[in-house]
Design a protein around this ligand. Structure first.
Ligand SMILES: [Cu+2]
Length: 150
């Protein structure tokens, strides 16, 4: 008799635990699907409403030093310094922090102007990778900034 009670309790416990597991995994799937839908909507909006953010480079460095943008936005780096500017992803000198890469890249990532942008000119880059991306002027690598992509 006593054994049957214990067996019953163990069976109930197993049922409760497996039920919880099922409920949790179901919930996780729903959250993931909702997240995917949100991402797709956000991507559509960003493609249509891409904003151009301007970062000015002078002899004092990049200004503003930190910009926060949305995925798909464009950052226009204008060279007002009187000397050369080559915007490139951290980390100097290999430029491989930014994850987007292609065969056309001159070094470690696509976030690299490769050519020197002369004073009075600008170089623009579209950020499609979410994260916090450091960059610098490759011809004067102590001048740095950060682009935060949400
Ligand atoms: Cu560099």
């Amino acid at each position: 008799m006593h054994h049957k009670v214990i067996l019953g309790l163990v069976l109930m416990l197993v049922l409760i635990i497996s039920g919880l597991f099922f409920f949790n995994s179901n919930n996780a799937t729903t959250d993931k699907q909702q997240e995917d839908v949100k991402t797709i909507i956000a991507e559509d909006i960003n493609v249509e409403n891409a904003i151009i953010h301007t970062i000015k480079y002078t002899s004092d460095g990049f200004s503003p030093k930190v910009v926060e943008i949305q995925k798909g936005d464009i950052v226009k780096f204008t060279n007002d310094s009187g000397s050369g500017m080559r915007v490139a992803s951290a980390i100097h000198p290999i430029h491989s922090q930014y994850p987007q890469k292609s065969d056309n890249d001159c070094l470690g990532s696509s976030f690299d102007s490769c050519d020197v942008t002369q004073s009075g000119e600008s170089w623009s880059f579209t950020f499609n990778e979410i994260g916090e991306w450091g960059y610098h002027n490759h011809v004067r690598a102590t001048k740095r900034g950060t682009v935060i992509v949400n």
